[in-house]
Each structure stands twice: as C-alpha cells, then as structure tokens.
Design a protein around this ligand. Structure first.
Ligand SMILES: [Zn+2]
Ligand SMILES: [Zn+2]
Length: 406
C-alpha cells in the first residue's frame, strides 16, 4: 500500500465513522487522539517526544555515515527514515490499530502488578533481614554515594528481572504463546514497542517488580529513609542514557551497532533487531534490555560483527495468523489454553487441539528453540531494503559469530 493510497483509505474510514457516529464523532475523535498522544508527553514511555527526536538524530547520524555527504538531501533522508515498505506494511498498520486498546489495558495491568508486588516483596525482604541479622544498630548516611548505589542497584535489578522474564517467555511454551504477539511483527517501528499481549506485560512486569522490590527491601534495612534516586525527567539517570535515548532504534529498520567491545557491556539496538529475526543463528539470542551481561552469563549473547539481513516474524510464516487486533488479543489465549490442556490431558481426543510444540505430558522447556529453527521462509524485502549494506562502523575485522557467548 502506498502512502497516498493509505491517506485515501484513512479519509474514507473517517467519513464512514463521521456518518455512523453523528454528533458523537467529534468527542470520540478527540478522546482517540488524547489517548494516542498521551505517551508522547510521558518520559517513562519509549515514544516520549524527546526520545523520538533522539531517534531521528541518531538515524541522521547513521544515514550520514552510510551515504556520501555530497549526496545528502532532506528528501532522501526522509525516505530513509520513513520507508513505505516498513511504515505502510500491513504489520505496521496492525501495530497502529492495536496501540490504543493494548496500551490502555497493559498500563493498567502493569501498574496493578507493581502496586501489588513491589511493596510486598520489599517488606518480606526487610523482615527476613531483620529476622536473620537483627535490626540495624545505626542506619547509614543517605548521601550522594548511597543515591548512586541505590540508583544503579534498581536499574540492575530491573534489567535482571526483565531478562529472566523474557528468557522464560521464550523457553516455556505456555508463556511463548503470549510473547508470540510481539514476535509476530514483520517490520519494526517505534509503535512495535507496544505490540505486547497483556499477559506478556504481566509476566515481565512481575519479574521486574520482584527485582525492584528486593532492592528496596534490602536498602530499607540499611537506611532510615530510602535514598533518593538520581533521575532525569522522572526516570533513572542510567536508564535515561543507556536505554531511552536509543529505545526507538531497537524497533526500527535503522541498524545501529555499538561494535564488538561495547556490545558486551551495553545492549545495542541492532542486538534487539537480531532478537526479532527468525534465522537459525539468531533464535533465542539477546534477551536483554540495558546490559549485555545477563545474555553473556546465560550463553545467549549474539553480537553482530556487521550489518545482517534479517527476516522478521515467526517460523513457518505463523505471523500471518496474527492479522487483526482481535487475533492479537484472543489467539494467544486459545493457543495457551491448548498448551495447558495438552499438559493436563496429554491423551488425544480432547476438545481443544493439542499445543503445537509441547512434548506430551509436560511444558516444553528446551524443545522450543529447535522448533523455531525449522523454517524462516525467504528473506522479506519489506524491511531494510532502503538501508545500505555498508557496515555502520566499517569494522570488517570484528568477529561475526554465533558462539559469541564465549
Ligand atoms: Zn522475545
Ligand atoms: Zn522487540
């Protein structure tokens, strides 16, 4: 679908809605845009306006690195930044439609998980320490060093919690059925950040809040009052620079690698694009968010040495099943129910179809990787076709390896 065709389609949809909704059209239209744009003003959201600006600035840097400087033009850059093959792809159009209902639901659920889990875990950890070691005689000074340690500990705990949750979502078939929604994207745009099933948010939120609750509980044992976090625009200063500034590049067609050495410390946008690839060498790699150490320790780190062509989506073209907002919400529930039934009732002849990749009588822990490697299909031209094959950093001597876990 070309952009002019897309504009005509949107115009027709608006006219149809105006005719059918009558006087309710205007207030509903305003509500729609209020919800859609609200995350543009929240620094804790990936599509906060400043992060979108930083995305464009970094994309400009990548573009200038790749093209001859005398060939630069605004039009060419805009075509590089917003390729129709990505932004008008049916997968991206579905992301735009899924964004509002998913965001409304997921934000509420994630808030609920945090409110319930973090205080409970923190209280438990503090009580455990008091019970085991007795109360602290004199509490520590909550000066600058305490603030730095507390801020770093929170980010590390959140990152570790995210890694564990994400790892289990890939390794346990029941969880994977929900996480498939995110991996069913055939192209990546910043809105793909929000292509998450509510169960996916609950699972990852639970593990992250376990980590954060533990840090708060342990810190609360040593200090009278919790040290204040060091923040920029309400978010942790470390996450602000190490995650948010590059967050939108992760879900985009713009390839930015940090190079071999730095990628072993910080998780680069290219590493998350690799995570979305269904090529055999990329499957179940790079689960991280901010730091690469968790993937390194788990043996799942994959550091690309140079730009790679990626085919995104699910194996055996399964992503085609996720073709509507309804399917994104409901299909994982059906498939997860099938998996659960196949575990509880392994014998054939049940009302529901057995789960696709679950060994009889148990949840699949390790068979999933092999299952996902079966077929990736031909390389799609939809993504990356406007991005030069040149390396970003021109470091041809950097190791390109599938055993980069070392
Ligand atoms: Zn994943
Ligand atoms: Zn992703």
């Amino acid at each position: 679908m070309t952009l002019p065709t897309l504009a005509v389609t949107i115009g027709e949809v608006k006219e149809t809605l105006r005719d059918s909704l009558g006087e309710f059209y205007e207030p509903l239209y305003k509500l729609f845009w209020a919800v859609w744009s609200s995350n543009l003003l929240k620094p804790s959201q990936e599509i906060y306006w400043l992060y979108l600006l930083s995305y464009m600035a970094l994309a400009l840097g990548v573009y200038l690195w790749q093209c001859k400087i005398d060939a630069f033009s605004i039009n060419n850059f805009l075509r590089f930044l917003f390729p129709q093959s990505v932004y008008a792809h049916k997968s991206a159009l579905l992301d735009y439609k899924y964004y509002i209902p998913a965001d409304l639901l997921n934000n509420s659920l994630q808030f609920g998980v945090w409110v319930i889990t973090v205080p409970g875990v923190a209280e438990y950890c503090k009580s455990f320490l008091v019970h085991t070691f007795g109360p602290m005689g004199s509490h520590l000074d909550d000066g600058l060093s305490a603030r730095v340690i507390f801020t770093a500990s929170l980010v590390l705990a959140l990152d570790a919690g995210n890694f564990v949750g994400h790892y289990l979502e890939h390794k346990i078939q029941f969880f994977w059925e929900f996480h498939k929604v995110h991996h069913s994207a055939e192209v990546l745009t910043p809105i793909t950040n929000y292509r998450l099933h509510p169960m996916d948010r609950i699972l990852q939120g639970s593990f992250m809040s376990l980590g954060v609750g533990t840090v708060i509980g342990v810190t609360g044992y040593f200090y009278d009052d919790l040290p204040r976090k060091i923040t920029i625009l309400e978010v942790s200063a470390i996450a602000f620079f190490a995650y948010y500034f590059t967050a939108n590049l992760r879900h985009s067609h713009v390839w930015l690698s940090y190079g071999w050495t730095l990628s072993h410390v910080f998780y680069s946008p290219a590493m998350h694009q690799i995570h979305h690839s269904c090529a055999e060498r990329h499957v179940d790699k790079n689960f991280g968010l901010i730091f690469s150490c968790w993937d390194y320790l788990a043996g799942t780190l994959y550091v690309p040495g140079q730009k790679e062509d990626l085919k995104l989506g699910l194996k055996n073209e399964e992503h085609h099943e996720f073709k509507s907002v309804w399917a994104l919400f409901v299909l994982p529930l059906k498939k997860a129910a099938s998996v659960a039934v196949s575990v509880i009732l392994p014998q054939p002849g049940t009302a529901l179809k057995p789960g696709p990749a679950v060994p009889e009588g148990r949840l699949a822990i390790s068979s999933l990787s092999a299952d996902r490697r079966e077929s990736c299909g031909p390389l799609s031209k939809a993504t990356y076709d406007l991005v030069s094959d040149n390396e970003i950093h021109g470091r041809t001597n950097v190791r390109n390896t599938t055993d980069s876990s070392l």
